[in-house]
Design a protein around this ligand. Structure first.
Ligand SMILES: [Zn+2]
Length: 229
């Protein structure tokens, strides 16, 4: 039974209307993303960093999973071999579509983590420095459970182990030429199982490691993928 690993990126969320941080206007035009998404920024100005993530978290209430998210959940239910969905997205659209074997390598907007004791809690409303950790009682250290610049993505060991035993690797709505997709597709291509590598992207990135390209948006391309597998 074939094993499959699927990596999704910003493209699949964009089709649900999730704007990227770079599209935000107002406050975020005057702050570079790189100045907000770091542990240093959080230490320097936690109110500002919370405001940025509060805006992104609030946006989740007005968006819904799309046909691509639904198709991936359906694929998971029907797949006979090992299945792993890895997402770079910090929204919860995959979960809401029904995906379960899912790894958020860059964290989740609807979770907070205590920087003092590492306890993680679900949190759907606005957050701020007044919050107190339920586990250790420390105030002001609850931060978005997001992997910031300079921090290690979650689950890399598990992801690479799954890619090593994958027969099919698919990248959807993410650039195949930059990290992490570039590293994962190279590892998939070089594994001992002769892994089939597929990219779904309306503007294919031209990464040579992909044997097959579906030059479509995720909403069109993922159902095509299912028909192909
Ligand atoms: Zn704590």
């Amino acid at each position: 039974m074939p094993n499959i690993v699927i990596l999704t990126g910003a493209g699949i969320s964009a089709e649900s209307g999730i704007s990227t941080f770079r599209d935000h206007n107002g406050l975020w035009e005057t702050h570079r993303f790189e100045e907000l998404a770091t542990p240093e920024a959080f230490r320097r100005d936690p109110v500002l960093v919370h405001r940025f993530y509060n805006a992104r978290r609030a946006q989740l209430k007005s968006v819904q999973p799309n046909a691509a998210h639904a198709a991936l959940a359906e694929l998971e239910r029907a797949w006979p071999g090992a299945f792993l969905l890895v997402t770079q997205n910090v929204d919860d659209l995959h979960e809401r579509a029904g995906s379960e074997l899912l790894l958020h390598m860059h964290g989740e907007l609807r979770k907070l983590r205590c920087a003092a004791c590492e306890d993680v809690v679900r949190h759907e409303e606005d957050a701020g420095p007044e919050l107190i950790c339920r586990a250790c009682g420390v105030r002001g250290r609850m931060r978005p459970d997001i992997v910031w610049f300079g921090e290690m993505p979650y689950g890399m060991e598990e992801i690479y182990a799954a890619v090593e035993r994958a027969d099919i690797f698919v990248a959807i709505g993410t650039s195949g030429v930059v990290y992490p997709a570039a590293g994962l597709v190279a590892a998939a291509r070089g594994n001992r199982r002769g892994c089939r590598t597929i990219e779904i992207n309306p503007q294919p990135t031209g990464a040579a490691a992909f044997a097959q390209v579906i030059a479509e948006t995720a909403v069109i391309g993922v159902p095509k993928l299912l028909a192909m597998l």
